[in-house]
Design a protein around this ligand. Sequence first.
Ligand code: PLP
Length: 376
Amino acid sequence: MASSEKYIQTKLDERKMLGNYRTLRPEGTLTDFCSNDYLGFARSPFLKDDIQREIENHPQSLNGATGSRLISGNLAYAEELEKQIATFHQAEAGLLFNSGYDANVGLFSSLPQKGDTIICDELIHASIIDGARLSYANRYTFRHNDMESLEGKLKQAKGICYVVIESVYSMDGDTPPILEIVKLTEQYGANLIVDEAHAVGLYPQGLISQLGLQDKVFARVVTFGKALGCHGAIVLGSDLLRQYLINFARSFIYTTAASFHQLAAIKMAYQLVTRSGSDIIQLQQNIQYFKSKIQAHNNYPLLQSDSAIQCIILGSNDKAKKAAQQLQTAGLDVRPILSPTVAQGAERIRICLHSYNTTEEIDLLVSTINNITHAQ
Ligand SMILES: Cc1ncc(COP(=O)(O)O)c(C=O)c1O
């Protein structure tokens, strides 16, 4: 019988050979152009103080939740928070999950049934793919942002149909033609689900609310680990959907609930976002500044994006790793995104801009990138 060690070693060696072996690195001191902390909440001393004060104001709160929400871990504070967040995003109801990964796995594994259909954009996040895989529904992908391709799949759909998009795509940073997608899903009687992980922040309430489309969308997933600077997620939708997920979403049912500390952080982050107008404007200005300075290059295109995520396609793992290494040597924390995380040929450096990046930092970033892409 083959040994498991031999299998593990072979698979790891394979990764090394392909140049996409993953390792964990301790935190560094380079200038941040890779984190999801778009508005600086994770590092905000104000948010830290607010969380501390909130915990002190609740001296009876426990260190841990002690159990799942359905056993001993439910807090009135959590239910109140769900209502507040739902109101903030103009949704009827919401259910907290311990992470965006858990939220998507819970939603997509429990809702679509055998005979139903899930149609995802081909660039959809791994957590949605994993959730959909756990369901017994038919699964299709459509070409990225391609309405003809989506319509083709809608024509093939059977049972109850769910169309899944992100309002800002995590790897490309672009936004789909949401109005056209709403029109198509209405035409074919499909339910639209939108992951807003990377939109909240740049658009404080998310892009769906910003566009006034909240009533056209069946459910939204908002995560707290990105612009909100903490951890966790919420599925927004009808109260009926909330009751359903409490009953059937296994990643909600079979896990210890978030601690009071985590909930307090989420609550305070939502309060901070309402006073963060100037940080949001600064982030928008930094995005525009970066885009105006970076030189478009035929061989190494900058993907079209108005979000904080800006990508330059290098086309191979080796080139993407070398470019990231050169940027790191210049003191800039930019990471390569390699295949198989992205398709072969779409390997890239992915730049995340933040409200707290200075003009000097962005100038250095741009000049280093321009040097690399012109030299390669
Ligand atoms: C689009 C999208 N959805 C969901 C998630 C998962 O969220 P979390 O990090 O809270 O698990 C991510 C995070 O990478 C994401 O980019």
